[in-house]
Ligand binder design. Structure first.
Ligand code: DMJ
Length: 401
């Protein structure tokens, strides 16, 4: 998900305050941060207050789905119950794939914990719309009209605006104890299309997933797209047998590329976006993309690759990040993003994004923990790294129809 102008102000950090005085809230941010966090707190403690609050907050989000297609709009007003699209999303006409595509895990748990089918029905409808819509070359564009149900623009990205949609397909399969066949099929079909149309290897041998603008490729990866190494590793085990080794290797190669984006900077932290053009590889080419805001995606993939391979290189790479965070991001009051990863003089942005604690430090902790610490057999992490239990007991959390 990429930060855009929010109803709470012009800059990213206000977007992390998923609600603001107007009563408007980001459907996506409230779901992944607050509902995801409350659900995890309930499952990890059994404290009833967390279950109750998660359900109440979920009910507050339901008006976002009041559209002709049932595809929710990105902004909901907790006071009035109205909804609207982000102004920056195709002039307010579109919903964002990574937003409406990243509700499934949490909403199935809201149904399980409330007994109210409405939550599961909302996300099953989203799944149906996406399953049935024509997809250009099997790809999922990032902007969809909640009114017409048509794609509004053919920009495809495994990074910002698209990322967690793909993540939630494979995690729906895993969270359903491998009963949600629809999620599994959609995931591997989407991955095949990504491989066919977006995957590239640079002249220097680095594998990367480019961005697609109606058939034209931008040979760049966002830091956000670096979660994909971990995602592909997570899904490798349930791929067709003849593809499993290939996906394990692909996951390792993409993760290696993302490591290179860190290794090639002066601070050993990676930029917001890095390019493969004009002889440059895995480096930002504009100062406007040279910042690091404590994002987790690269260490997230290290954790998954470590769990899958136990190759010590992933802990070595993880420790490089710990060292760099201490050296360039630690401040008296916490940790701060930096404005230029290519400068040895850290220009702090004076913001500790919420995902630093929720994700970056958690994935680093898990990277150096034993596998039975939040085992991937029993837990899936929502896209804000809040652990949700795999439902081994029954198929009531099943994601499909
Ligand atoms: C987090 O809020 C989530 O991981 C989201 O899915 C992507 N962006 C940030 C972390 O960079």
């Amino acid at each position: 998900m990429r930060w855009g102008k929010t109803s709470c102000g012009p800059s990213p950090e206000t977007a992390t305050r998923a609600t603001c005085l107007s009563g408007e809230a980001s459907l996506f941010e409230v779901n992944i941060r607050y509902i995801g966090g409350l659900l995890s707190a309930f499952y990890l403690t059994g404290e009833e207050v967390f279950r109750i609050k998660a359900i109440k907050l979920g009910e507050k989000l339901l008006p976002a789905f009041d559209t002709p297609t049932g595809i929710p709009k990105g902004v909901v007003n907790f006071k009035s119950g109205s909804n609207r699209s982000w102004g920056w999303a195709m002039a307010g006409s579109s919903s964002i794939l990574a937003e409406f595509g990243s509700l499934h895990l949490e909403f199935l748990h809201l149904t399980q914990l409330s007994g109210n089918q409405v939550f599961a029905e909302k996300v099953r409808n989203i799944r149906k719309v996406l399953r049935d819509i024509d997809k250009p070359f099997g790809l999922y564009p990032n902007f969809l009209s909640p009114v017409s149900g048509n794609w509004m623009q053919h920009h495809v990205s495994v990074g910002g605006l698209g990322d967690s949609f793909y993540e939630y397909l494979i995690k729906s399969w895993l969270m359903s104890a491998k009963t949600d066949m629809e999620a599994k099929d959609m995931y591997y079909e989407a991955l095949e299309a990504i491989e066919t149309h977006l995957l590239n290897v640079s002249p220097g041998g680095l594998t990367y997933i480019a961005e697609w603008r109606g058939g034209i490729l931008d040979h760049k990866m966002g830091h956000l797209a670096c979660f994909s190494g971990g995602m592909i590793a997570l899904g490798a085990e349930d791929a067709k047998e003849e593809k499993r080794a290939h996906y394990r290797e692909l996951a390792a190669q993409i993760t290696k590329t993302c490591h290179e984006s860190y290794a090639r900077s002066d601070t050993k932290l990676g930029p917001e976006a890095f390019w493969f053009n004009s002889g440059r590889e895995a480096v930002a080419t504009q100062t406007s993309e040279s910042y690091y805001i404590l994002r987790p995606e690269v260490v997230e993939s290290y954790m998954y690759l470590w769990r899958q391979t136990h190759d010590p290189i992933y802990r070595e790479w993880g420790w490089e990040v710990v060292t760099a965070l201490e050296k360039y991001c630690r401040t008296e009051a916490g940790f701060s993003g930096i404005q230029d990863v290519y400068s040895k003089v850290p220009n702090h942005d004076n913001k500790q994004q919420t995902f630093f604690l929720a994700e970056t430090l958690k994935y680093l902790y898990l990277l150096f923990s034993e596998d039975d610490m939040l085992s991937l057999e029993d837990w899936v992490f929502n896209t804000e790294a809040h652990p949700l239990p795999v439902n081994h007991s029954d198929s009531s959390v099943r994601g499909g129809d």
